[in-house]
Design a protein around this ligand. Sequence first.
Ligand code: ATP
Ligand code: MG
Length: 559
Amino acid sequence: MEEKKQEHYHFIEEIVREDLAAGKYEQIHTRFPPEPNGYLHIGHAKSIVLNFGLAEKYGGLTNLRFDDTNPTTEKTEYVESIKNDIRWLGYDWGDREYYTSDYFEQLYEFAERLIKKGKAYVDDSTAEEIAAMKGTPTEPGTPSPYRDRSVEENLDLFRRMRAGEFPDGSKVLRAKIDMASPNMHLRDPLMYRIKHARHHRTGDAWCIYPMYDFAHGQSDSIEHITHSLCTLEFENHRPLYEWFIRELEIYPSRQIEFARLNLDYTVMSKRRLLQLVEEGHVSGWDDPRMPTLSGMRRRGYPPEAIRNFSEHIGVAKRENIIELSLLEHFVRQELNKRAKRLMVVLEPIKLVITNYPEGQTEMMSIINNPEDESMGGREVPFGKYLYIEREDFMEDPPKKFFRLGPGRHVRLKNAFIVRCDDFVKNEAGEVTEVHVTYFPDSRSGSDTSGIKTKGTLHWVSAEHAVPVEVRLYDRLFSDPNPMGHEGRDFKEFINPDSLHVLPKAMAEPAIREVQDGEYLQFLRKGYFYKDSDSSAEHLVFNRTVGLRDAWAKIAAKKK
Ligand code: ATP
Ligand code: MG
């Protein structure tokens, strides 16, 4: 019998399958709940792929819900970028675009309900006093002197809080649970605070705002979310969310926690990424070195690579750190299939073919992608004067250098074999020209020369070359765990050499036809993508990733 490949499900998918098999739900309903206080990063992609992916696979629905309870940090700009990024990843929330701020009235009503049940009270203590009364994980807290206010007094004060009678910080609404609970989150947590601040959607309608912990679970409940998936740090909050749901007698969504994505050489928190932007360490949220989805898009990561990566790493209960190089492996895998190959010389030096006729141009046929014949081919002009990479010539090369040096032969990609005879230096001692002879009977495809070569170089005809700017990137941080150093700021570990600009690369003429959004490989140099700074007069390309793939080798060995 043929062996069937067993499909492996991660623990959340197992739960979903069991729930569906048991008929617990007709349809699963998940949500992705970003706070619009920054741009999405690759960690969010893991959550997006998990939520939208599960619903897609099991015929369910996914809501997009903006968790906008904090008026001072949230902006419409962030809302727009988040929607754009989710669409780019290939997911669609249909007409289910929700905002926690749409539930402010409902949440307020929930709060009154708890007050009327004697389960919430207005506290006049200052933030410092509340913190001091909270106790420690080993010592119980102290009840606030305002804890036993009457229902009438609480209701009156809470209504007056809403009406704007009190200044910021003068009062809060707290749940009345248990000041001695071993779970600190149950020690009379805050539900509402006073903030006379304009909200990006509700404007000045409110001057009290619900705390995240009072808003999140209730929002899931309002939307009848079946599986509310969140990161591990909310595990300790779960008893509180369940307490609210129980006391309010509303729809119980099931919260399941999973380990967040951590990547080495990366910081992944909007607050810290905002610092990098505001302090000018990067050019913006979409700087190609940023771990944001907009940065990765601008750099040339295909969305499919991010989805494949996210699915590959799956979800687990324990925190770990994934290597950035694994993500790059998925990027290369995708680009290898799709990228159009072009010849671009990043750091040019002139090559003169002394025995090639002056003024002659001939066209060389080159296929666009050896992985995909349907992408066709193109004609590349060849002539007496070419550019090659400066690093492909050495005056006095070691034996294993299979490129150009005096007396050495190489093949020029899809053209002829040449032999180096001579070179020219300037006053500073730099080589400025390499002189070669070519062998007319060595043309690619009809080579009868019998000359053996080990190296093949890319080249560009000097007469037809298009100057372009090329930007090479290295990791933004030079330390694998920039957050992992006690007492030191993560910005101390910023890599000072993460951006390398090559202002005068020389490209074959086909570079002019490159479309926005087209994936490219510059032969021997890596994968590239046209940058958003690019214009017809000044073409700019980002190196998405180099060609070398350490993960592919590891995977091949395992087989
Ligand atoms: P940050 O710390 O970057 O601000 P956050 O968790 O505060 O992240 P939210 O906008 O609240 O950001 O997150 C939206 C959703 O994305 C949440 O469900 C959150 O759990 C999830 N998420 C955020 N970061 C990660 C991560 N690194 N890995 C997996 N999921 C994440
Ligand atoms: Mg957050």
